[in-house]
Design a protein around this ligand. Structure first.
Ligand code: PNW
Length: 465
């Protein structure tokens, strides 16, 4: 708690957004209700060996039914914004179908629920749950999928745009492309680097095509996307390691940022890709360069890179840092890396505004004999990263808000329900929600109480409105 003493909400502007984030497939459950059809994640989870604990998102947090309780918790934290995603297969049940009224009604209720509770809604259109019928037609490898996405964005922004002013087109195109189509550890489970690079192009293109459509429907909309960005360093002073780190940074960070900020794909990476480079049509780069109102930054971990001929298409390899702190996922904890990353983005791209759209940690939480979940490590992780954000702002970065990942323990993709990222513990058997120490900390921080005072009991009601 001594760490927390150095940090107060009043260190940030009074209009700073304080939120939490979730995504549809990870929390909603109700996979066969409300006219929802299968997504690529439903199919992927059915394949043996894909999900660590064999679980899937068919139940998850059953947020589809528990959403009022979940939004109550977000309200009682004292947060003023909430980031959620819209399940595409709840809205369109077959190619070319009319929008599903039950799906539209669900998100309409959810958004009304946010507004009633003083939570500014931040809608993500694509957080990885592509309808399976689109995958059957080739998924993101097909250019048509970008056009289908534009139609989805059109319908949702027309339907919710009177109340939702903040739109995130895509969550982490790198994950969609690389984890889904090169590594194959995410849906749709394809392992082909060339496919992944083309998928990436269609995802970024779809962002560029959808953005003006959202703006036409919602003139006062703020539109952006969320990228997972990583500070990259070289494993040694050797020039070849420096060059490898630069190239890796190009594929991890610049490949997404450069086109968005009107520079096209980075030439050094394009050349290194050789035959893996994507097919690009006339006008694509202009479409992708549509100006964004904000950049969403999802920050998790840094990477160290060495030159390694043959190890990857770009002859680069990750090096394990030694003697560093890690979360239960093995991800290195590096708040100072977050500061330097934000500064670098500010200097290199001058975004109008940045929001931390995700930041958080997984630990092996357990309910103790008193029925409490004392996740001191997660609380300290959050404090250290907020200190890092504060420092970035002091250095001139235009960071306007912070959404912690995540409100709830949820279905953590390939790790299934075995990895908990929430500040609220979810008992997946009973659907009981138990706010963790970190949730009480966030509440006390947001209420500007003296967060060092352990006199505040952990079990002070967080849910009673
Ligand atoms: C993000 N990486 O995933 C997602 O947006 C969330 O849905 C997810 O639950 C959260 O982070 C925790 O995993 C990422 O390897 C997955 O660079 C992998 C990476 C980054 C983000």
């Amino acid at each position: 708690a001594a760490l927390g003493l150095q940090l107060r909400r009043t260190d940030f502007n009074s209009d700073f957004l304080w939120g939490t984030a979730t995504s549809a497939y990870q929390i909603e459950g109700a996979a066969a209700e409300g006219g929802r059809v299968a997504s690529i994640w439903d199919s992927f989870c059915e394949q043996p060996g894909t999900i660590r604990d064999g679980s899937n998102g068919s139940m998850a947090c059953d947020h589809y039914h528990h959403w009022p309780e979940d939004l109550d918790i977000a309200q009682n934290l004292g947060s003023n914004a909430y980031r959620f995603s819209i399940s595409w297969p709840r809205i369109f049940s077959s190619p070319g179908s009319a929008p599903n009224p039950e799906g539209l009604a669900f998100y309409s209720r959810l958004v009304d629920g946010m507004l009633e509770r003083g939570l500014q809604p931040w809608a993500t259109l694509y957080h990885w749950d592509l309808p399976q019928y689109l995958q059957d037609q080739g998924g993101w490898l097909q250019r048509d999928t970008a056009h289908a996405f534009v139609e989805f964005a059109d319908v949702m922004s027309k339907h919710l745009g009177d109340r939702v002013k903040h739109w995130i087109t895509h969550n982490e195109p790198w994950c969609t492309a690389m984890l889904g189509h090169a590594d194959g550890i995410h849906a749709p489970g394809i392992k082909d680097f060339k496919t992944a690079i083309q998928v990436c192009h269609h995802v970024l293109l779809s962002h560029g095509l959808a953005t003006p459509v959202i703006r036409a429907n919602v003139p006062d909309a703020r539109v952006g996307l969320a990228l997972n960005l990583h500070p990259i360093s070289a494993a040694s002073d050797k020039p070849e390691d420096f060059a490898a780190a630069r190239l890796h940074d190009g594929l991890r960070n610049r490949w997404y940022l450069d086109p968005l900020y009107g520079r096209g794909y980075p030439q050094d990476v394009w050349q290194a890709l050789g035959a893996y480079a994507p097919t690009v049509q006339d006008g694509d780069m202009q479409a992708m360069a549509v100006s964004t109102d904000f950049l969403g930054v999802n920050f998790y971990f840094p990477e160290i890179i060495e030159h390694a001929p043959g190890a990857s298409p770009l002859n680069t390899r990750l090096v394990e840092a030694v003697g560093v702190e890690r979360t239960a996922f093995g991800w290195e904890i590096a708040p100072e890396g977050m500061t330097s990353l934000l500064k670098r983005i500010q200097d290199d791209y001058q975004p109008h505004a940045m929001y931390i759209t995700e930041n958080g940690a997984t630990y092996d939480d357990h309910i103790d004999a008193n029925g409490e979940v004392r996740d001191e490590l997660r609380r300290d992780y959050l404090i250290r990263h907020l200190l890092a954000v504060r420092e970035a702002i002091r250095l001139g970065c235009q960071v306007k808000g912070y959404f912690l990942w995540s409100l709830l323990d949820n279905f953590e993709w390939a790790e299934g329900c075995s990895r908990r990222f929430g500040i609220v513990y979810v008992d997946f058997a009973t659907q009981e929600r138990i706010p963790k120490l970190s949730a009480y900390w966030y509440r006390d921080f947001l209420s500007q109480a003296d967060i060092s005072a352990e006199s505040r009991s952990l079990t002070t009601p967080l849910r009673a409105s």
